[in-house]
Write a protein that binds this ligand. Sequence first.
Ligand code: SAM
Length: 304
Amino acid sequence: MVRNLQASPQWERITEHWVTDDVAADLTDFKSDSRNFNISLWSPEANGVRYLKTLVYDFAERLGEDDWARLRRIRNREFGNPVTVRLNGESICLDYLQAVLELGFIERHLSLDGARVMEIGAGYGRTCHAVLSNHDLAEYCIVDLKNTMRLSRAYLREVLDDAQFAKVRFVEVDDIGVVEQAPAFDLCVNIHSFTEMTPATVREYLDLIAEKCRAFYVKNPVGKFLDKALDGHFKGDEAVRMALRTGPLRKVIDVFDSESVAEVVPDYIAAYTPGRGWHCVAESRAIPWSYFWQALYYKDGSGS
Ligand SMILES: C[S@@+](CC[C@H](N)C(=O)[O-])C[C@H]1O[C@@H](n2cnc3c(N)ncnc32)[C@H](O)[C@@H]1O
């Protein structure tokens, strides 16, 4: 019997370009080059979206019932065309996957209904959207830079209903006196932004939190990385130099080594303690990132 076991046109092309005659001449790096990227592994450079979707899909599958309930209460998540996957009829992206995990962590330790919340560095407003969709707050105050605030104002106007939007107060950093004059906040939130401010600015904000807030949720990296393979230093060397100078935690570590990360966690907990009379009540790795940590602090005697 004559069997046709020849390479398909697809594999003819692969053997012409990538798994060529000299494929075995030097095996030093073959698992990280185009040979293996045609065999066992998809090229990470070319398949970023595929890996992102895989990450979201995998972590979304692990969400609990309470997380899904939180997610479903957040309407209009599709606005702005996010990269999503679909599970059991529900669409989910990485931003809101993180938002429900962050909110779940906070809710385990703090009652938010009727609360006054301040967020420093809100980005486009995903956390504000998630919190206001799940809780009947008294106020959500965003402190941010002018241009980012243009984005969050426009986004939140689109995704929140009128009653929710009316609870958002937008404060530019130059108008921080408004916060200084305001009544105390039950919670301050900072996610992935103290790490991008100068250490002096972070100190100013921590002093403000110590003075004006009863609890503080922080989620930021525990250190810096320099491995160019991770991001190709795509914003240029100057951006790398700037990133190494920001945030209170500037030690370069192997962010994908659990022991390196664990070693600097105590520094993280200490660095983000707003002041004397504050203590950390809960801390953990912030899924999905290996080197982001989340912590919640209470001010002593705040009744939290
Ligand atoms: C990487 S984004 C994170 C946004 C958001 N927290 C999130 O996780 O999606 C950093 C945020 O910090 C804000 N930011 C940077 N410097 C700031 C400063 N000095 N004061 C207040 N916000 C600042 C940026 O405008 C932006 O909103």
